[in-house]
Design a protein around this ligand. Structure first.
Ligand SMILES: [Fe+2]
Length: 578
């Protein structure tokens, strides 16, 4: 039985295809259209999923959609009415899209795909809950979902048991931890729904000096329930996240994007980060009390806050935590499909989501043909030579584009569409940030580490395959400065051989050459660009930047050997800054 799950029209549109409960393919639309966070109907992602499975839309038994648009529309109308006339400009902007597209989703799905069957919709936070629990290794678990907003809910606490999910409690719009974080993202001059991770990255440079001021904005109780003081926010009626009261409270205007980041901004980032962590920690403790479970499943955009996740793991009551790699809205496509299969149709759970490599791959022949056609100069190598030369290039301080197998699903590159470099070299933080990714240099990179070595290098005693946990670098291993944050922490990816043998073997080879089982892993793209999907995307990114080496499948390309690209566009203008 094939079930197609779709999430779209908010941000990070995606499609996922399940065959008898197993994910056979999943991808975000942005990777195909090259528009970051593309929110349009994911027709390219759907087409890809069907192609990967070798089926047509006629073979799909059910299609699921990850939220209930009519209830969402009701919330939007209700909110506009409650805040009228201040809401009028925002109303005028939002409503046409609703009338044209968002209200007609089953209709659009049927007409875009030529699909004749039923389209089932479930609530947004149920999609989040299902996207983590139903594909987790747990028979039963507490569930916590936290995001900006779905229909009305902005966070839920529940329990999963077998194929059933019960949501005990929810927080409703406008009270939203995700929107609070986004409001600070906006205030700090970063792009909302896109650059929240920069606030998290900035936080360790600051002190939580404004913690009490953040508590003016949001009050929370010991059980993690919270209420916001809407006097400071504009997202419920306006076109911005915050209003003048917010600026008055903090004593400074909204930071202009790309302007200098002052100590003030770092302290504000740390303050909101701390409050977020304190609330998430209390919510998860309460989920433990309500569910009585020692396992926790988390999802929703806030579950991508890996610093908070690290604290839940260390300070919370749970023995085991599961967060899947596409914990934000893209993962809702898996959630709704899994919910239809297990909860609605009552099929038993046999599948556990074990890796993120669910996107397109390209055959050796296809890549060879592409390289030939584009006039690239390359060497074709056997696997052993490929590993030896690539590890050697990283050791020799080259920056390497690494393109292998199936593309990752979710926001992180996890060793198939990655840029790799030597974590021991302190200069690499700036080299890769400025010369390759063209982005602000305050953020360190994430390390990939061999799973069995993770405990030697980091204060971490469980796998973190999706870079969703932050832990301290061990005191005696502070030899990897370009992946160590100013507070001594790192956002870790543990790599095991079963999920990615080639990437594992590469790091192993690097360890053999250097005694260091850790390398820099950052996503294969430039700032504002979605992660590369095709060989063409990868080659362009390699040629446009100062990357030294490109390793694509078994092909090894050195920058100095290549003819310069002949482009008549200013490629940097193609990608909007995030
Ligand atoms: Fe969400």
């Amino acid at each position: 039985m094939y079930i197609l799950g779709i999430s779209c029209y908010y941000h990070d549109s995606a499609a996922a295809l399940l065959h008898d409960g197993r994910i056979v393919a999943a991808a975000q639309e942005e990777r195909f259209t090259r528009v970051k966070h593309d929110q349009d109907f994911p027709k390219n992602a759907i087409r890809y999923c069907l192609r990967e499975a070798g089926i047509t839309i006629d073979d799909v038994d059910y299609v699921g959609f990850y939220d209930k648009p009519l209830i969402k529309f009701e919330r939007i109308l209700y909110t506009y009415l409650a805040t009228f006339p201040r809401s009028f400009p925002s109303f005028i902007k939002a409503v046409p899209l609703w009338l044209r597209k968002k209200m007609w989703i089953p209709h659009i799905i049927k007409s875009e795909l030529g699909y004749e069957g039923e389209v089932l919709m479930i609530e947004h936070h149920m999609s989040h809950a299902a996207s983590t629990f139903l594909v987790s290794p747990f028979e039963e678990a507490a569930i916590v979902t936290v995001d900006g907003v779905g229909e009305w809910a902005t966070s839920t606490i529940g329990k999963g048991q077998g194929s059933e999910i019960t949501l005990y409690k929810e927080t409703r719009f406008p009270h939203s931890l995700g929107l609070l974080y986004s409001a600070f993202t906006y205030y700090l001059g970063f792009k909302v729904n896109s650059a929240e991770y920069k606030v998290m990255g900035l936080a360790p440079y600051g002190e939580p000096k404004y913690y009490d001021k953040v508590l003016e904005l949001i009050r929370f109780d010991e059980d993690g329930s919270f209420r916001m003081n809407m006097k400071y926010f504009a997202y419920d009626y306006g076109l911005t996240m915050t209003n003048g009261n917010f600026e008055k409270l903090f004593g400074q205007p909204v930071r202009k994007p790309e302007s200098k980041i002052e100590q003030f901004h770092k302290d504000v980032a740390m303050s909101v980060q701390k409050v977020t962590e304190d609330i998430v920690l209390r919510m998860t403790r309460h989920a433990h009390e309500l569910s009585g479970s020692k396992n926790l499943c988390m999802a929703g955009g806030v579950a991508l806050n890996c610093v908070a996740n690290g604290r839940v793991l260390r300070e919370g009551p749970f023995e085991d935590i599961f967060v899947q790699p596409a914990a934000g809205d893209a993962g809702g496509a898996v959630g709704v499909a899994a919910y239809l299969y297990h909860t609605v149709l009552g099929k038993p759970r046999e599948y556990v989501w074990e890796h993120a490599y669910l996107g397109p791959s390209y055959s050796t022949d296809d890549i060879r043909k592409y390289l030939e056609a584009s006039g690239a100069r390359y060497t074709e190598l056997g696997e052993d030579d490929l590993l030896e030369r690539t590890a050697g290039a990283i050791r020799d301080q080259k920056v390497v584009g690494w393109f292998q197998g199936r593309m990752e699903f979710g926001p992180r590159a996890l060793g198939n569409r990655s840029i790799l470099a030597d974590a021991r070299n302190p200069a690499n933080k700036d080299v890769v940030n400025l010369k390759i990714k063209f982005r602000e240099s305050f953020r360190p990179f994430a390390p990939s580490v061999l799973e069995e070595r993770a405990g030697d290098w980091f204060e971490l005693d469980c796998p973190s395959p999706y870079m969703l946990l932050v832990a301290q670098v061990r005191e005696n291993k502070r030899t990897i400065p370009s992946v160590t944050h100013v507070d001594g922490s790192a956002r870790i990816q543990t790599v095991d051989r079963k999920s990615n043998p080639l990437y594992y073997d590469l790091i192993k080879r690097f360890e053999r050459q250097t005694d260091c089982p850790v390398i820099i892993n950052t996503s294969f793209n430039v700032r504002g660009e979605p992660i590369v999907c095709t060989p063409h995307d990868a080659y362009l990114c390699f040629m446009r930047t100062h990357m030294d080496v490109l390793v694509m499948d078994r092909f090894f390309l050195v920058k100095e050997d290549q003819k310069p690209l002949e482009e008549d566009v200013d490629w940097q203008s193609l990608f909007e800054l995030d």
